[in-house]
Design a binder for this molecule. Structure first.
Ligand SMILES: [Fe+2]
Length: 240
């Protein structure tokens, strides 16, 4: 599958599924296929739930600062980085998959925009479970769901400094990886490239207010709010 086609499908489904959500104050109004296709000026997508919806796993203030300040800063700085250059005519998708060609400010802020747009969809206040197909693949590649969680937690815990842990699907197999800063597995310079179906932000800004230095506790709580429906939908798209 062409990477562009994966990207379109990765974020394209989300808008429709959330259009019918009943979250009180922040109904989704963004078609996420537009995020991959958007070019300068880039914009901050709305959260698909309220700031407090993920409590107690992630507190309201952390979500507000994370989305309204950190993610917004990535968007604003990406716009500044591409302004008045030929990059202003490229989509986010085109920038990400060829990121080695572009300045580090585009790598950091373009990655930050894509990663956070993806991450918000991976969280939910609802109880969800992996699809049968995804469960089967996890058991095939990791032995059990619990063992997968253990291995993913190790990758997320051991990422030094700021970065992300990922579950990617590549060559018929699920693989756990991690990237520094705002890199992701879709970037042409990633050590392990593949299609991400799950990603966890382990920057301190994602958890420090509530968990301080206890990243492991934040990761343990993450499993309670992981949107397995979204992960399963991503897996279904790439497992063809
Ligand atoms: Fe973040």
């Amino acid at each position: 599958m062409k990477r562009s086609s994966f990207l379109q499908r990765t974020l394209g489904l989300v808008g429709a599924s959330f259009l019918f959500s009943s979250f009180s104050s922040r109904k989704i109004s963004v078609d996420f296929s537009a995020i991959n296709a958007e070019s300068s000026p880039f914009s901050l997508p709305a959260l698909p739930y309220s700031f407090e919806a993920l409590e107690p796993s992630i507190d309201r203030l952390t979500m507000e600062i994370h989305h309204d300040r950190h993610h917004k800063a990535y968007v604003d700085n990406l716009n500044k980085a591409v302004a008045n250059t030929p990059m202003a005519n490229l989509s986010l998708e085109e920038l990400i998959v060829n990121i080695s060609k572009y300045p580090v400010a585009v790598r950091n802020n373009g990655g930050g925009h894509w990663n956070h747009s993806f991450f918000w969809q991976l969280l939910t206040p609802s109880k969800t479970n992996p699809s049968q197909e995804l469960q089967n693949q996890i058991i095939k590649d990791f032995g059990s769901i619990e063992n997968f969680k253990t291995e993913f937690t190790k990758a997320a815990t051991s990422r030094f400094g700021s970065g992300w842990a990922w579950l990617i699907f590549k060559d018929g197999k699920l693989i756990i990886s991690s990237t520094p800063n705002q890199d992701n597995p879709l970037m042409d310079l990633a050590d392990i490239k593949g299609n991400p179906i799950l990603g966890l932000d382990v920057w301190e800004h994602a958890y420090y207010l509530k968990y301080q230095n206890k990243r492991a506790d934040y990761i343990a709580s993450f499993w309670n709010i992981l949107n397995w429906d979204f992960v399963s939908s991503q897996f279904a798209k790439v497992n063809k």
